[in-house]
Design a protein around this ligand. Structure first.
Ligand SMILES: Cc1cc2nc3c(=O)[nH]c(=O)nc-3n(C[C@H](O)[C@H](O)[C@H](O)COP(=O)(O)OP(=O)(O)OC[C@H]3O[C@@H](n4cnc5c(N)ncnc54)[C@H](O)[C@@H]3O)c2cc1C
Length: 231
């Protein structure tokens, strides 16, 4: 069975900005502002776009704000985040700071020990897809009514709490597509794995990435490839 996305043949999908992720719209105001320095008035302009959902703001530098207006690191690429923080570092300090040598020493030691930085939208996404596909891989071949209910509940909660909130909104809206064609398929592993692959492809497509051939989801996430490279 080859994977054909239900929307794949709809030409409107490829042209209408409404089909893109909310945080990837190239808002006219944002596009204009991208060429010049950002200001709060420009930021407000981006929110006047008819496609912008309530509470949503994307700054011209690509940083997404959360619903309280604070920068959302987990919604933003590492590059955009770095641009924001470098700009903040370059700004003169607002007050006199006193640093102690012992604090710096502790910080340096801790940094050497752990090294990693908080995730951006991509790292969080990769880790989460690993979890979600592994969830389908360990799902029963034929799920009981209770198992199906548990998974449906989980997906509902997940789609509300996923910390990249713009991603979560898109995922939730996709699942709730009015025709019902994107509702979770939970009868058994095969249906659930195919459904998750389709959900992931929806994101891939909207991000302009190559779609995954869903005939192979199980080799990728459960059995390992038939050529034995994972054995
Ligand atoms: C629910 C959800 C919503 C997201 N929404 C957004 C968003 O709105 N905007 C945004 O910028 N990012 C979003 N992300 C993150 C995005 O999907 C990617 O995880 C991120 O861009 C990193 O991509 P990647 O190329 O490393 O591979 P990923 O897309 O993370 O994929 C990881 C691996 O999964 C395998 N794979 C790829 N496609 C499939 C598939 N269809 N089925 C099975 N396996 C597959 C491949 O082996 C791939 O290397 C979302 C993530 C999640 C979990």
């Amino acid at each position: 069975m080859s994977e054909t996305h239900p929307d794949a043949t709809d030409p409107a999908q490829t042209t209408s900005p409404k089909k893109l992720f909310t945080h990837q719209f190239q808002f006219p105001a944002a596009a204009a502002a991208a060429g010049s320095s950002s200001s709060s008035s420009q930021t407000k302009d981006t929110n006047k776009d008819e496609h912008v959902p309530p509470g949503y703001t994307k700054l011209p530098n690509g940083v997404i704000l959360d619903k309280e207006g604070k920068p959302c690191r987990l919604c933003t690429s590492a590059a955009s985040w770095r641009a924001l923080t470098q700009k903040a570092k370059a700004a003169p300090p607002s007050s006199t700071t006193t640093t102690t040598t012992s604090t710096n020493t502790t910080t340096n030691t801790t940094q050497k020990q752990y090294g990693q930085c908080p995730p951006d939208v991509e790292e969080l996404g990769r880790s989460t897809w690993t979890f979600l596909h592994s969830l389908t891989a360990s799902y029963p071949a034929q799920a009981t009514a209770e198992q199906q209910t548990e998974m449906r509940t989980f997906l509902g909660i997940f789609s509300r709490l996923y910390p990249c909130w713009v991603c979560a909104d898109d995922f939730r809206n996709w699942m709730a597509e009015p025709s019902g064609q994107n509702e979770p398929r939970l009868a058994g592993r095969k249906e659930f794995g195919d459904w998750m692959c389709r959900a992931h492809n929806e994101v891939n497509r909207k991000l302009g990435k190559q779609e995954f051939d869903c005939r192979f989801w199980e080799e990728r996430w459960r059995t390992g490839w038939k050529d034995g490279r994972c054995d």
